[in-house]
Write a protein that binds this ligand. Structure first.
Ligand SMILES: [Zn+2]
Length: 124
């Protein structure tokens, strides 16, 4: 019997699975349910998630981009849905975005690990 196919990259990112084996969890529980701690390495294949000190600094750029996109989408939705001036919609969008910030920060870490592994795979 052939081995089960690896799940898609998008599904693996949303499920916060290891980018190498797509089975081991990156976090102790889902980032969509709280603020879980990260595992040091994959329990299945041993991939080290934080490769070096300061490794997740790059994730801040992704987090910043995700925040801007999310705020813009909320603002446009409010502006189109309510007819408010765009400045009022933007201020409300920032306020509505704040509860999402921790989850997006952790999602940015997952995206950073995937990005890093696609450019510079860890082979140990
Ligand atoms: Zn793994």
């Amino acid at each position: 019997m052939p081995p089960a196919p690896k799940s898609s990259t998008l599904a693996s990112i949303l499920r916060q699975r290891c980018p190498r084996c797509r089975e081991g969890s990156i976090f102790r529980y889902s980032i969509f349910r709280g603020l879980p701690k990260m595992y040091e390495s994959c329990a299945v294949c041993g991939l080290k998630f934080e490769r070096e000190p300061g490794y997740f600094l790059g994730a801040m750029y992704i987090s910043y981009g995700l925040a801007l996109i999310t705020i813009a989408l909320i603002a446009v939705g409010l502006w189109a849905g309510t007819g408010w001036p765009i400045t009022k919609a933007a201020i409300w969008a920032v306020g509505l975005f704040l509860p999402l910030a921790p989850t997006l920060t952790l999602l940015a870490r997952v995206l950073w690990i995937y990005l890093d592994q696609s450019f510079d795979p860890q082979r140990n």
